[in-house]
Ligand binder design. Structure first.
Ligand SMILES: [Zn+2]
Length: 131
């Protein structure tokens, strides 16, 4: 959400720069390289995932000790499958989601509190203990 990507040429930039152009009067700032459409570099439904990022995510899921799934129904693949990979590799799973997920029964902990409350509490708890 902090980056932009051009849908035509793939040029990446910062959201800060794009929003500065909007503030300066451009209604819908185009790509500075090719004039194409800029969008947030988040992944939209129906948009293909970057294969390198998927590969890195699989590796991280296989190598982690604890897999934190936050704000996801864990129903959309391939991302939902990363929880399976982590569990199969022996990691603990913590689900932070307002609604039940298919993985709740496999989780070490399931937290239903709002993410803006539970995530800072988790970070504080993890950073106050020696690793
Ligand atoms: Zn472009």
């Amino acid at each position: 959400m902090f980056g932009t990507v051009c849908l035509d040429c793939g040029t990446r930039g910062t959201m800060h720069d794009a929003l500065a152009r909007v503030a300066a009067g451009e209604e819908d700032p185009p790509c500075l390289d090719c004039g194409g459409i800029l969008k947030s570099s988040t992944v939209s439904f129906g948009q293909a995932l970057d294969e390198e990022i998927v590969r890195q995510s699989r590796r991280a899921a296989l190598d982690c000790d604890l897999f934190l799934a936050a704000g996801t129904s864990l129903t959309v693949h391939p991302a939902a499958g990363f929880a399976d990979l982590a569990l199969s590799a022996g990691a603990d799973l913590v689900v932070c989601n307002a609604e039940p997920t298919p993985y709740d029964g496999h989780a070490t902990a399931v937290l239903r509190e709002p993410l803006d409350e539970v995530l800072p509490a988790l970070v504080a708890a993890c950073t106050s203990r020696p690793i």
